[in-house]
Structure formats: C-alpha cells, structure tokens
Ligand binder design. Structure first.
Ligand SMILES: [Zn+2]
Length: 415
C-alpha cells in the first residue's frame, strides 16, 4: 500500500498554486503562500492542503504518518534544468590557472576545459562514473533540488557518450526525483577530429544521433553554440538531426560572445536557451514570440567572472526567466540552488520571490516537469524543503551559502 503522510504545523507553505503557467510580468514577483498550514501526501503525491485553524479533519488514520513541522516553513524543491553532474575528476588545477590570469578559452586551447574532462571520462569505468556522480546528486538533493536535467557531452565519442547516457539512466532509476537526459555530443570537437569539425558534425549527425535515438536514453539534444565550438548554422543542423529522432532541442547560447544561439534555438522551437550573457534586444524580441524558456546560470557566470545577462530587460519584455545551476567541473562546481538564488538576487537584483519562481515554476517548464514539480498543486510530487525554524523564503537568498535548509522530503523519506 502506498504510504500516506500528514504534514502539520507548517509555519508558511510557499508556492501554493491552483493553476499552472509560466510566470511573467507582475506574477513573476509573487509566491502565493499559506500560513499555519498542513499538507497531505499519498503515494509520493500531494493530495490536499489547507490552514491548520480551518482543518475540518479527515481522519488522520493509523495508516497515515504524521510529520510535525513545528512552525518551520516548507516549500517545493528546486528544479535544476541544466547540469553536467555526470563527470569524473575535478578541474581544480584549471581553477588555479584561471586565478593566475588564463581565460577559459586559453585553457581550452591548451588542452584543458571540456576536452580535459572528456579525456578522463573516456578512461573511466561506467561504475566508477556512476558512483562519483551519485554522490554529487545526493548533495544536490540534500541542498533542496527535487528534479534534475543532466547532459552528456564529456564523452565526445559514440561509445563514451552512450556510457554517459547509461549512467544518467542509472541515476534516474537510483533516486526518487525526476531526471531528464540531454545528449550534448556537440559540446566540443574531440581531439581526433581536430581541424576537421565538418567531419565530427557528419559523425554526430550520421552515427551518434541515430544511435542515441535508437537507444531512447535521451530526452533532449543540446549544442554549445559559441566561438571556437559550433556556429549558429551548425547548431541548427545538429538540432534538426536530433529532432528527427524525437529529441527536443536546447542550446548553450550567447555565453562568451554573441554567436546566434538564441536565434538558432528559437528557429528550432527549443525548449530552452541557456546562459545568455550576450543576449541583445533582438534576441529578447525573438524569445518573446516563442515558447522557448530563457535559462540563466548565475553560478557559471560568477565563477568565470562574466558580465550580467540583460535580465531586467527580459523580465520587462514578459519573458518567463528561469534559473539553474549548470553544475559542472569547469565553470560551476556547485549544484546549490539556494546559492544560485542568492547570486540572482545580488547580481541581477531579483527579489527572493522572483529568484525562487525562476528556480521552481519556470525552471520546471525548461525541463518539461511543470505538471508535477516546482509547486504545491494537486497530484504534484511531494518534494519539499523544510527550512530551519525561524527562516523564510527570503532567508534562502539572504543567508547565502549557509545551511538554512533543515531537511528535504522526497516522496516518502527525508534526505
Ligand atoms: Zn552547460
């Protein structure tokens, strides 16, 4: 029989919604909340909620476990719609190189960066890769993340990309949180195709994408559209090849330069375009006419010391801005979404409510889990952050990097 829970005496229950849609305009700044609340859970799903003082009492029966929040606040888990959490080894040496003045592009040209991760990943046993990645996913969940998108892209060969996608599937089966997989073979051009990018693109389109498509281990296809990586035209060709195999497009766009990733993504009907530091007014107008979600990755921006994306302009234009972590070994070795919220507040001047909406409802749309993650709605997954007593949604951003999260409830257990 599926387990039932009655969570009572919740100080404030945040993100309670009766209808779901992408949050824009004035709604983007509001997080509906219920004070002195309860929630009931069955089979890992939210069944009902209300105020304690209006609780008319369905029988809290013997088959129902009672969790007393004792006045602490509870809010839906974060949705992290952009990560590269499957990798092996850290890139701490490069971190130090950057501190000594080398740029991300210089490090990449010197054989570091993505290709360095690829070299390590190709040598790694699948089990070792799985075990290392599981530890990081566990940390993410403990830090409040309740749904995760994970990309391949450190294999850059058919065999190693399939290995990464298998590991993502194993992570999906291992944890009770939704996991979506993205094929990112177009993350960089591997060493064996050096000076032959056209050859690698042929290999991607005619060998790798068909193999990934037939194994059905990926939901999305993604391309790093950037100077020195893939052009806007190449991005479109690769995305269209993936779409023929049912993979929905996403793009790493306008991170280090304006490379046309947004227009490529919008043209292909991308679910999201991510990073966006160099997005311009024209891009914002294109996004406004599309269903594509703009995903900001403040952790990577901060770690690399990049300029701000035009966030307020996007919000003013009515775009449903989302935030994710980009957890990866090179440009953001953190999957702490509360910290991403804090960065979005200080760097983009978002209010904590705007930042939280960007990390939940809107980021859920960026990985197609909006119907069951990121809000308190009927039949949504019961994935809750329990804050320490006396702390609020604002505290999550204000006490940046501090452990204001007491525990995380996922379906039927605490992490
Ligand atoms: Zn990324």
């Amino acid at each position: 029989m599926s387990k039932k829970f009655f969570i009572k005496n919740i100080g404030t229950l945040y993100q309670v919604r009766t209808s779901l849609h992408k949050l824009t305009g004035s709604e983007f700044g509001k997080v509906p909340a219920l004070h002195n609340a309860w929630v009931s859970v069955e089979g890992g799903r939210i069944k009902a909620w209300g105020r304690m003082d209006e609780f008319s009492g369905f029988a809290v029966g013997r088959d129902m476990e009672v969790i007393d929040a004792d006045g602490a606040s509870v809010l839906p888990c974060f949705v992290d719609a952009h990560t590269h959490v499957v990798y092996t080894g850290s890139r701490e040496a490069e971190f130090v190189m950057r501190l000594q003045g080398k740029s991300y592009e210089e490090i990449a040209r010197a054989g570091g960066g993505i290709l360095h991760s690829a070299e390590k990943l190709r040598k790694a046993e699948e089990n070792q890769l799985f075990e290392e990645s599981v530890e990081r996913v566990k940390m993410m969940i403990k830090n409040g993340t309740g749904a995760i998108e994970i990309k391949s892209g450190y294999g850059l060969s058919l065999e190693s990309e399939l290995k990464m996608l298998r590991v993502i599937q194993r992570i999906k089966n291992h944890f009770p949180v939704p996991v979506k997989a993205t094929f990112l073979g177009a993350h960089a051009v591997p060493g064996e195709f050096k000076n032959n990018k056209a050859g690698y693109i042929q290999h991607l389109i005619h060998e790798m994408i068909p193999a990934v498509g037939s194994e059905k281990t990926a939901d999305y296809i993604d391309v790093f559209c950037e100077n020195g990586y893939f052009t806007s035209e190449e991005t479109i060709r690769i995305l269209e090849a993936g779409m023929r195999y049912g993979l929905k497009p996403k793009v790493h766009a306008e991170q280090l330069s304006h490379s046309g990733g947004i227009s490529a993504g919008v043209r292909c009907g991308a679910v999201s375009v991510d990073h966006l530091e160099y997005a311009n007014d024209e891009d914002i107008a294109l996004l406004k006419e599309s269903e594509t979600i703009p995903v900001l990755l403040p952790g990577a921006q901060w770690f690399l010391g990049l300029k701000n994306p035009p966030v307020r302009e996007m919000i003013s234009a009515g775009l449903p801005v989302a935030i994710s972590s980009d957890f990866n070994p090179g440009s953001c070795p953190s999957g702490n979404m509360a910290l991403m919220m804090a960065m979005a507040c200080t760097m983009y001047k978002l209010t904590p409510e705007e930042a939280y909406n960007a990390c939940t409802v809107n980021s859920a749309y960026a990985m197609d889990v909006q119907n069951y993650c990121g809000s308190v709605t009927k039949e949504a997954k019961a994935h809750f952050i329990f804050l320490k007593k006396g702390y609020s949604l604002t505290s999550l951003a204000y006490y940046f990097g501090m452990p204001v999260i007491d525990k995380v409830f996922i379906a039927d257990r605490f992490f």
